[in-house]
Each structure stands twice: as structure tokens, then as C-alpha cells.
Design a protein around this ligand. Structure first.
Ligand SMILES: Cc1ncc(COP(=O)(O)O)c(C=O)c1O
Length: 365
């Protein structure tokens, strides 16, 4: 069976390098934060071209911390796309603020700037744009609206390490960038991890305090803090993986652009990629009339597919108290009803890519 993502191949290829990095960290017992986590922060900031980065325990915490650093809390509203992984909205909810869901466009499947303004109230404090599937959202249009209304822009970069908008790496576009290093992300840890990035070192300074139980000096707590530090072992692993990110991204783009060109079956709708972005193909999402039928068909062909995401955020049970109805975000609902995810990871062989394309093109519904 060809898996949707197979991380065993990367581990087999770089096994000794990963194990050596972990061993060094163990020998120094630098387990929680510490020199390996700090080194990764510096390397990641340098890679992105941002002033500073702060490693945290996962991408959900990164989003939560972004809200805290911007002073967002109870009584505030934050614009969030309806079609994203639910954690984008969790960060807002944990801060005490309310997520306000906005539809995506029908073709790029990214937040629709034309629908943001009607959702802005005098309580709105920020817009979180998500570079979904590795495809940068229309940052220019979102930023223009944010500036006109005096709002912050936070980038959810969980799926988009190494992606670019007009030549700038994501994570350095808005006020704050939030990354996840969950296994299977374009840049991933061997467990859980995340990072908060910014061109304003003052925000990163705040993250460093919040994530460390509110301390700058041990046992002196300036604010009510959290235990959200990046583990040392994850920092050590990520310093290895960061070296391979450009190679992995190149291969993801090769595979993704083959899918773009060679999937010609009219039953499938593909995502549109704006020319001013570098899309890094974290996931290859398609729309198909009956996705569950398609997944079963692919399984018969020994190809594992899955779906991202079958229920849009505004219709999730957890947010039923916010009062959204079916029809509030029609493009996101259409996407949720028809989405299916094809296998895509850097170690896929050309033959496997051809096998997926042939299976998709032979599908008759
Ligand atoms: C778009 C998006 N935002 C946030 C997250 C949350 O990251 P984590 O799982 O590391 O908490 C994810 C990860 O799955 C994601 O895909």
C-alpha cells in the first residue's frame, strides 16, 4: 500500500544523522528548552529571514501565544478562515477572544479578502490568514484591509514552511507567524513542536517569557505563564531536518506540479495557484463529487488517501454556540463536502507518482 505520507523513508535515509543529534542532546541532558532548542531558533529565524523565532511545544500553542503577545483576549474578535484545521481557531478561543469565520474563494481555497470587511466590527483586533496546504493566501489584499482598519495580521504557517509570497518567506510577512512541526509537516519534529516568528523582537521576547512559566529569571514570575517550551531533543532533530528542507521542498514542487499538469480527469477540481506565490505542496487536495467512494476506489488500487477537512470550522460541534448555519460559508462547505487528499511526500518515487495519476485519471465515479 502506498501511504499518504511515509515518514519511515526519511528516517531510513538520514537515520545516523538523526540518532547522532539525539545522542548529543541526551549526553548533555539538554531536554527542556536549552542549547539545542535555542540553536534551532537561531537557525530557523535565519532561514526565514526574520528578526527572531521562539520554539514552542506545538503549533496550537504558537497560535495561542500569538494572541497573548498581541494583547488579544476577552471581548475581542479575530477573523479566521472557515476552512482550516481547527487549531487556528483554538488559539483565539484559548485567549478568551471569539473567532469570526470567513469563507474561502472558490478557486484558490484560501481566505477570501472580499468577504473579510463585512465581518469587521469595533471589537475586531486581528486577522489570521492560513497558508493552507502550503499555498500562501493573498497576503497583499489581507494586509491592505488590516491596515485600513488598524488590525494585526497573524500568519498560520503550520502547513507552509519554505513557502513564499512575492519572494518573501511566510512567517515574516505579518506581525507574527505560527508554525507547527507535527510529524508529516514540511518541516517536522520527532514528536510535537512549533515556532513563533516575527520581525518585531519584542513579540518574541514576550513569547520567551510566556512559554517559560512567565519567567525570565528562574522562580521570578512576571506574568501568568505556561509550560510551552520546545523540547531539546526536538530542537536537535529539527536542526538536522532544516538542512534538508530546501531539497524536500524542491521534490514536493516536482510532484505537485506533475499532479497539476497530468491530472486531467474532468471529475476532479484542482486548487488554483496564484503566480505571485511559491506553493510548497504540503498536501495535494482535490475536489471530487463523492470523496468517500473515491477513497475506497484508491484503497482497492493500494493507494491511501484521506480528507482535509470534512467539516468546516464554523459547523463544528465545538463551536455550535457561535450560531453559524449551513450556507454561511458556501465555498468552505463545498470544499469540505468534496475534498480528498492524494499521497504526497518528498521520498515518493516517479513510478509512485505516475501510479497515483493513472489511478485518478481512470476513476469514473
Ligand atoms: C493549519 C494548522 N494550524 C495549526 C495546526 C496546529 O499545530 P499542532 O498540531 O502542532 O498543534 C495545524 C497542525 O495540524 C495546522 O495544520
Amino acid at each position: 500500500m502506498l501511504k499518504r505520507i511515509d515518514l519511515t523513508r526519511d528516517f531510513a535515509k538520514h537515520r545516523q544523522e538523526y540518532l547522532d543529534a539525539i545522542t548529543r542532546c541526551c549526553e548533555e541532558t539538554a531536554f527542556s528548552g536549552g542549547p539545542y532548542a535555542d540553536r534551532f531558533d537561531k537557525e530557523f529565524a535565519q532561514y526565514l529571514g526574520v528578526a527572531a523565532a521562539s520554539g514552542v511545544n506545538n503549533g496550537t500553542s504558537a497560535l495561542h501565544l500569538a494572541m497573548l503577545c498581541l494583547g488579544i483576549g476577552e471581548g475581542d474578535e479575530v477573523i479566521v478562515p472557515a476552512n482550516t484545521y481547527i487549531a487556528t481557531a483554538w488559539g483565539v478561543t484559548y485567549s478568551g477572544a471569539t473567532p469570526v469565520f470567513v469563507d474561502c474563494t472558490a478557486d484558490t481555497w484560501e481566505i477570501d479578502p472580499a468577504k473579510i470587511e463585512e465581518k469587521i466590527t469595533d471589537r475586531t483586533k486581528a486577522i489570521i490568514g492560513v497558508h493552507l496546504y502550503g499555498q500562501p493566501f493573498d497576503f497583499g489584499a489581507v494586509k491592505e484591509i488590516a491596515d485600513r482598519h488598524g488590525l494585526y495580521v497573524v500568519e498560520d504557517c503550520a502547513q507552509a514552511a519554505a513557502a513564499e509570497y512575492e519572494g518573501v518567506r511566510v512567517g515574516g510577512l505579518g506581525d507574527i507567524g505560527c508554525f507547527s512541526f507535527y510529524p508529516g509537516k514540511n518541516l517536522y519534529s520527532f514528536g510535537e513542536g512549533g515556532s513563533v516568528t516575527s520581525n518585531d523582537p519584542a513579540y518574541i521576547d514576550k513569547v520567551n517569557v510566556y512559554k517559560n512559566q512567565g519567567c525570565r529569571i528562574r522562580y521570578y514570575h512576571e506574568v501568568v505563564g505556561y509550560n510551552m517550551r520546545l523540547e531539546g531533543i526536538q530542537g536537535a532533530v529539527m536542526s538536522v531536518s532544516l538542512k534538508y528542507l530546501d531539497e524536500w521542498t524542491k521534490r514536493r514542487i516536482e510532484i505537485g506540479t506533475r499532479y497539476d499538469r497530468e491530472i486531467t480527469n474532468p471529475l476532479f477540481r484542482l486548487q488554483k495557484h496564484p503566480a505571485n506565490t511559491k506553493h510548497v505542496y504540503h498536501m495535494y487536495e482535490v475536489q471530487v463529487p463523492d470523496p468517500e467512494h473515491f477513497l475506497a476506489y484508491m484503497k482497492e488500487k493500494d493507494i491511501e488517501c484521506n480528507r482535509h477537512y470534512p467539516v468546516p470550522c464554523h459547523l463544528q460541534e465545538a463551536y455550535k454556540d457561535l450560531g453559524y448555519q449551513k450556507g454561511d460559508c458556501p465555498n468552505a462547505e463545498e470544499l469540505a463536502a468534496h475534498c480528498a487528499t492524494l499521497p504526497l511526500f518528498p521520498e515518493m518515487t516517479d513510478e509512485e507518482v505516475s501510479m497515483v495519476i493513472d489511478a485518478v485519471n481512470s476513476y469514473r465515479g
